[in-house]
Each structure stands twice: as structure tokens, then as C-alpha cells.
Ligand binder design. Structure first.
Ligand SMILES: [Zn+2]
Length: 108
């Protein structure tokens, strides 16, 4: 399986993590922007891992899905990328991010 990488990592040029504007676009400090697209439910392996950690799949009114938990919500996209809402700093690889969430849960 290919590693799922973040859709909007910090910008190579200005190093800012893109943030969401009122228009729904994500923009970094130098103005590169992209539009949020509908999320998908991921492959069976990913779905099993999300379920194991305690995420629940929520369908969005205008289409698509996201994975909800007490932690930032996770969107998976059809192009094998992923993102967090809120859009905070996190590892580029989804597997690394999920490892960090599991470590937090294990400490409680
Ligand atoms: Zn930039």
C-alpha cells in the first residue's frame, strides 16, 4: 500500500501551514491556494485502523466523509492524500500521525 501523504503540508517557500479562508480555500503566506474537496472512507486497512483507534465515519451533507474523534478530524481524499480539521501541524504521513494519536491515548 502506498503511504498516504498530507494534502497541504507547510509551504516549501514561506513555510506556513495553509489556513482555511472564508471562501473555503486554503492559502499560505505567499498566496498559493487550493479548494477543499470531498473526503472518502479510505481502504479496508485504513478503515480498520481508524475503527480500532476510535474514529467514527461521519457523512457530510454536501457529500463525502470524514473521521471524527476527540482529536482533530481526519479527511482522506481519493488522490491518496489526507488532511486534518483543524489544519494543524502534523507529520506528512497519515500512518505517522495515527501513531502519535495512539501514543497520546496510551498515556491516558
Ligand atoms: Zn507559501
Amino acid at each position: 500500500m502506498f503511504e498516504r501523504r498530507r494534502q497541504a503540508p507547510p509551504c516549501d517557500v514561506c513555510k506556513q501551514v495553509p489556513t482555511k479562508s472564508e471562501s473555503g480555500r486554503f492559502t499560505c503566506g505567499c498566496g498559493v491556494s487550493f479548494v477543499w474537496v470531498n473526503g472518502v472512507k479510505g481502504n479496508p486497512e485504513e478503515r480498520a485502523r481508524f475503527r480500532q483507534i476510535g474514529y467514527k465515519w461521519i457523512s457530510v451533507q454536501d457529500g463525502g466523509y470524514y473521521a471524527m474523534s476527540p482529536y482533530p478530524w481526519i479527511y482522506l481524499f481519493a488522490d491518496n492524500t489526507w488532511e486534518l480539521d483543524p489544519h494543524i501541524e502534523a507529520p506528512e504521513l497519515l500512518t505517522e500521525y495515527l501513531d502519535s494519536v495512539e501514543a497520546i491515548i496510551a498515556m491516558r
